[in-house]
Design a protein around this ligand. Sequence first.
Ligand code: ZN
Length: 158
Amino acid sequence: MSTQPRVISFHYTLWNKSGEVLDQSEKGTPLVFLEGSGQIIEGLEEALGAMKVGQKQKVEVPAKRAYGERDQELMYKVPVEQFPEKSLKPGDMFQSNDESDHSVYTVVAVTPTHVEIDGNHPLAGEDLTFEVEIAEIRAASPQELSHGHAHGAHGHDH
Ligand code: ZN
C-alpha cells in the first residue's frame, strides 16, 4: 500500500457460499472508497489495495474478515409493548433510535408477548466471494482526507 491514502473505484459482484448473487455494482457506476477509512470490509480492501487499474479477480473473504461471526448475544427477546404502533413480521428490519446504538435489527419471530430480534449484520457468519474489477485509482483530495471518505466522480455529493 502507498503511504498516501488513495481513492479506489471498482466494479463488483458478491456471492455467498451457496453461489447466490447478493449484490453487485450498477453498470457504469463503480463503488468508490477511500483507503483506510473503514468504508468497505477489511478483507476486500486488502485485496483491492494490491491490484492495478483494469485488473479483474476473484476475492474470497472469510466471515471474520467480512461482517464478523454471528454473535448469539445480539439476539434479544423484547416485550411487544416496546413496539407500540408497529405491526412487525419476521424479516422486517429497523434501526435502533437509541443515541448510542445505530445497529440495524432484523425481526426473527413475533409471538403474542414478545418480538425476537437479531442485531447481527445480515451477512454476519457468511464467507463471501467477490469478483472485482478496478475502474480507477487516484490520489485522495485534501477535502476527502479531512472528511474521511471518498467523494464521487462529480465532486462533493453527500
Ligand atoms: Zn465529504
